[in-house]
Design a protein around this ligand. Structure first.
Ligand SMILES: [Zn+2]
Length: 115
């Protein structure tokens, strides 16, 4: 059983009390520049996802409490949740520092933009 705590309403429950929404932080090219997106960009948006062994970032919806979507950082090996954070937020800095592979690149580019 995985214990999940909603960062919006603090409702706590197991994984069946929350709706899994797939990978977090997926860029949606059609909403930012619909005229100039390429077939490859659209394919990547629809089908290409990270599948790491280790830290991964996912979307969850709070079905037990507020019904809001939020993000979770979870280790796919130990199934331990490292953090829960808002849908428009980045993970805590200590969790981002643990990210590897494509996630490390993603957060590195986001941190440069926010500085
Ligand atoms: Zn909630």
């Amino acid at each position: 059983m995985l214990l999940v705590t909603c960062p919006v309403c603090n409702a706590t429950g197991d994984e069946t009390d929350f709706h899994f929404g797939g990978q977090a932080h997926v860029a949606r090219p059609a909403t930012t520049d619909p005229v100039n997106i390429t077939d490859q960009q659209q394919r990547d948006y629809l089908f290409i996802r990270h599948n790491p062994k280790g830290l991964h970032f996912e979307r969850l919806r709070c079905d037990r409490g507020c019904g809001k979507w939020f993000h979770a950082a979870r280790d796919t090996v130990t199934l331990e949740f490292k953090a829960f954070y808002g849908i428009t937020e980045l993970p805590p800095a200590d969790v981002m520092a643990q990210a590897k592979g494509p996630w490390a690149d993603y957060f590195k580019s986001r941190l440069k933009k926010s500085i």
